[in-house]
Write a protein that binds this ligand. Structure first.
Ligand code: AMP
Ligand code: GLY
Length: 423
């Protein structure tokens, strides 16, 4: 079958790499894609939220399966768009419909969902401009640090963690009254700070059953030792060494099962990935957030460990026969290190030639913010390339990634040299 992947990051290159290995895939398209996908698929120059153009491409190329990488098209209802159109409603779409995508699109919706279904999470209250004074009072009842979350999508920047009460109040005002994050902060969730170590759990569901993929841990801060500004992710490791069988069982029973059951009870159709951001507080799993897609760069370590044919899995999800599929996982660890443009996550230059990609033999180079131009691979974004390796241990894998990186270069290339430091 012909398959279209929507997106342009390292995540989508990894999807393309994995889908391409399936004999069930006869034609592979990526919109808009990057230099990595261009080498193994046909890139279509279409924006991820241009649904009409996506529809035309689907018809023109006889696409039967669409895999949606990023959250924006899901939150804007790409799956509903397909279902409502006679010409494309038969096409399988991997990604939830708009109503369920609110689990990522609205923090308050996600919190209410968790409360309704008894899923462990931080205590919270939400506020708008109209009751900002109550927000100040609520902050006074909490102990620092204070966690403020813009309700809507804010490109990963909508969460503030502050130590000072006065600063927390002033940020709350700036979010609600001065629209610091635009529309996204017309509502703000204030929640209890959870102290623990983070990990992510990835679930596939067809709306009836679920399968759990390997856990992963990403490194979000730009600086070594988890310091500096937040980024989209600077590296990742799978599996997470501290996620023991007993802890994973608790995650499955206390979080995954009630989540999938909750979707059913609430009548929220869901065919896609659920990415559950967790914090281990003592021995307890607590949910910090839901995403309705895979993580990036977590995908770059999770999919390389999946031995099962991914197209077979997608077909089973679309046909609601996921329970009949067995998911086989590579025992080895996988790690990835993200190469970024100097200056990222603040301003940075683009258009730098990336030299040495062909010399990477012990690792896989998943392209992210990189495009092909005049036969060269050049940088086109902040996060440029994820270098993934396997190892019997994560230490062995990470060493390989760092050795491979020595063969690669672009002007002002930056990366974290301590991925896995805290494990
Ligand atoms: P989010 O955008 O919801 O993933 O939040 C961004 C980051 O903020 C998370 O990865 C956590 O590191 C941190 N965070 C979010 N909520 C909490 C919380 N309640 N307690 C502690 N840290 C949090
Ligand atoms: N790496 C975090 C995310 O994809 O949201």
């Amino acid at each position: 079958m012909n398959i279209l992947i929507i997106g342009s990051g390292g995540r989508e290159h990894t999807f393309a790499w994995k889908v391409k290995q399936s004999t069930r895939c006869t034609g592979l398209f990526v919109a808009p894609g990057n230099s990595g996908t261009e080498a193994i698929a046909t890139n279509l120059n279409i924006a991820v939220t241009d649904f009409e153009a996506i529809k035309n491409a689907v018809i023109q190329n006889n696409i039967e399966l669409v895999v949606v990488g990023p959250e924006d098209p899901l939150v804007q209802g790409i799956h509903d768009f397909f279902l409502q159109d006679e010409e494309i409603k038969h096409v399988a779409v991997i990604g939830p419909q708009k109503a369920a995508a609110e689990l990522e699109g609205s923090k308050e919706f996600a919190k209410e969902f968790m409360m309704r279904h008894n899923i462990p999470t931080a205590a919270y209250e939400s506020f708008t401009k109209e009751n900002v004074e109550d927000g100040y009072k609520f902050l006074e009842t909490l102990k620092p640090p204070y966690v403020l979350k813009a309700d809507g999508l804010a490109a990963g920047k909508g969460v503030l963690i502050l130590n000072d009460l006065e600063e927390a109040k002033s940020e709350l005002k700036s979010m609600l009254v001065d629209a610091k994050f635009g529309e996204a902060s017309t509502k703000v969730v204030i929640e209890e700070f959870l102290d623990g170590i983070e990990l992510s759990c990835f679930v596939l569901t067809d709306g009836k059953d679920y399968k759990i993929l390997p856990t992963a841990k990403d490194y979000k801060r730009i600086g070594e030792g988890d310091t500096g500004l937040n980024t989209g992710g600077m590296g990742a490791i799978s599996p997470v060494p501290f996620a023991t069988k007993a802890f994973l069982d608790r995650i499955e029973n206390e979080v995954v099962k009630p989540t999938v059951e909750g979707l059913k009870k609430d009548n929220l159709p869901y065919v896609g990935f659920i990415f559950i951001g967790l914090i281990k507080v003592g021995d307890d799993p607590k949910v910090i957030e839901y995403n309705v897609r895979m993580g990036d760069p977590e995908t770059e370590v999770v999919l390389p460990r999946l031995k099962t044919d991914l197209v077979e899995v997608f077909q089973a999800m679309a046909n609601q026969t996921l329970s009949e599929v067995s998911i086989n996982i590579d025992e080895r660890a996988a790690t990835t290190v993200m190469l970024v443009s100097g200056g990222y996550p603040e301003t940075y230059e683009k258009g730098k030639e990336i030299i040495g990609v062909e010399k990477i033999t012990d690792s896989i180079a998943f392209h992210a913010g990189a495009i092909e131009k005049d036969g060269k691979v050049i940088t086109s974004g902040g996060r440029v390339m994820a270098i993934t390796s396997y190892g019997n241990t994560y230490q062995e894998a990470i060493k390989k990634s760092y050795q491979s990186i020595e063969r690669l270069h672009f002007d002002k290339m930056n990366y974290r040299k301590d991925i896995g430091f805290d494990l």
